[in-house]
Design a protein around this ligand. Structure first.
Ligand SMILES: Cc1cc2nc3c(=O)[nH]c(=O)nc-3n(C[C@H](O)[C@H](O)[C@H](O)COP(=O)(O)OP(=O)(O)OC[C@H]3O[C@@H](n4cnc5c(N)ncnc54)[C@H](O)[C@@H]3O)c2cc1C
Length: 264
């Protein structure tokens, strides 16, 4: 680990000031991704801005037809939230399926969504539910937020503050885990919201993406059979020692079918 300065502000405004004053500063939430990167000297921030003392980033609440989840909400809190369980059970179940108990006790939704690992779970829920990412500067629609592998619309001095999820009529999620790492090989989150049907695929490609052919099929007929014969092209999907692009393409259809069945 290289040396760095450590700051622990107590407001979003103060955190943003620290980030704006130093282009090499990095925010840290649970540290589950950033700390290993620092330990392995893969990242060399001049200072680290710890977000854990900022009350504005915490909490989960229902506001009308939306569930608002603060960036610092941990996976365990989301999994156990009565509001999330009642309004978006698929999201609570997803949060409870992430990593292991240690990961769920420290990892945060803000850190996961800001990091945008192609194999992370939440980006599929954010995209399929048509959620809005609220930052220290603006509101960003999910369709504009995710911009490819480990890349988002966030600027270096911009903090993810909360995510607003519209309460769906139906939603379901299914994933095939890598048996060693438990990260997603391919997953599908399906949702029927006021604006229509949305299907987001994670794990399979370099970033989360919408599967428009499945959205059209499910709009006409909401049933697992509607997506059973829709083939995901393998072009551009991830291919590595864990599985070929063709295998992941096959998994996309299987996971989408299971996700629709999960949604009921
Ligand atoms: C063993 C293990 C297993 C895991 N398994 C899974 C899994 O199955 N599924 C899954 O989805 N994830 C998994 N994860 C990831 C985990 O869920 C964490 O959410 C993820 O690592 C991000 O960590 P964090 O929330 O602690 O964020 P940090 O590591 O603190 O930050 C991650 C990145 O986001 C930035 N950041 C953090 N907060 C903000 C903010 N509010 N605004 C702007 N930028 C911010 C940081 O600067 C950093 O670049 C696993 C992690 C581990 C270590």
């Amino acid at each position: 680990m290289y040396d760095f300065a450590y700051h622990k502000p107590t407001s979003v405004a103060d955190a943003v000031k620290l980030l704006a004053a130093d282009p090499d500063a990095r925010p840290i939430s649970g540290g589950h991704t950033l700390l290993p990167a620092l330990k392995h000297r893969l990242n060399k921030p001049s200072s680290v801005v710890d977000l854990s003392g900022i009350a504005e980033l915490k909490g989960i609440r229902r506001e009308g037809d939306r569930i608002v989840i603060g960036a610092m909400a941990k996976h365990k809190e989301i999994a156990e939230s009565a509001e999330v369980q009642a309004a978006i059970p698929a999201l609570a179940k997803m949060a409870g399926s992430i990593g292991d108990i240690q990961v769920r006790n420290r990892g945060t939704i803000g850190g996961s969504v800001a990091n945008n690992d192609p194999a992370a779970d939440y980006p599929a829920a954010v995209l399929a539910l048509g959620a809005t990412v609220v930052t220290s500067k603006r509101r960003i629609a999910a369709d504009e937020f995710f911009q490819g592998m480990f890349t988002t619309a966030l600027q270096p001095d911009e903090l993810l503050v909360a995510i607003e999820f519209p309460v769906p009529q139906r939603a379901g999620y299914a994933k095939m885990r890598n048996p060693a790492s438990r990260y997603v090989m391919a997953g599908a989150f399906v949702a029927k919201i006021a604006d229509g049907v949305r299907v987001a695929i994670n794990g399979a490609g370099p970033g989360v993406f919408r599967q428009k052919a499945m959205e059209a099929a499910l709009s006409a007929n909401w049933s697992p059979d509607a997506v059973a014969n829709i083939k995901q092209p393998a072009d551009g999907l991830n291919s590595d020692i864990h599985g070929s692009a063709e295998y992941r393409a096959h998994l996309v259809t299987v996971m989408a079918k299971r996700a629709v069945a999960d949604a009921g």
